[in-house]
Design a protein around this ligand. Structure first.
Ligand SMILES: [Mg+2]
Length: 125
């Protein structure tokens, strides 16, 4: 069955690139991919309606990805949601700390369709 997905990035262009990449990779994602421009908007989108998987940028005005992960994980309703960070940040310490806060995976930008496919495939069975 196809999974529901939310893409969080302050750049509308980047959201488009990500969703297009997912479509091209042929991953089993629902027809409607939800989008949000920052962490606050993302929390609103999943309120009362958790999604299966979230792809989340880190650097965003308003609520960034690091705060979003912490907030999302405090809500029981999202405990089964997979959260994959997608960011230009590549410091190992940062990646380890966001994973400790509850992120399941991490993709660095720029990414290739293969990277996205490899990172997401295990969550889209
Ligand atoms: Mg950004």
């Amino acid at each position: 069955m196809s999974k529901t997905m939310l893409v969080v990035d302050d750049s509308a262009t980047m959201r488009k690139i990500i969703t297009r990449t997912i479509r091209k990779a042929g991953l089993p994602v629902a027809d409607e991919i939800l989008e949000a421009g920052d962490g606050n908007e993302a929390l609103q989108k999943i309120e009362g309606k958790p999604v299966d998987i979230i792809l989340c940028d880190i650097n965003m005005p308003g609520m960034g990805g690091l705060d979003f992960v912490k907030k999302a994980r405090t809500n029981e309703a999202n405990k089964n949601t997979k959260i994959v960070m997608i960011s230009t940040e590549s410091a190992e310490g940062l990646i380890a700390s966001v994973k400790a806060d509850g992120a399941d995976g991490y993709v660095t930008k720029p990414f290739t369709p293969e990277t996205i496919q490899k990172e997401l495939a295990p969550y889209l069975q």
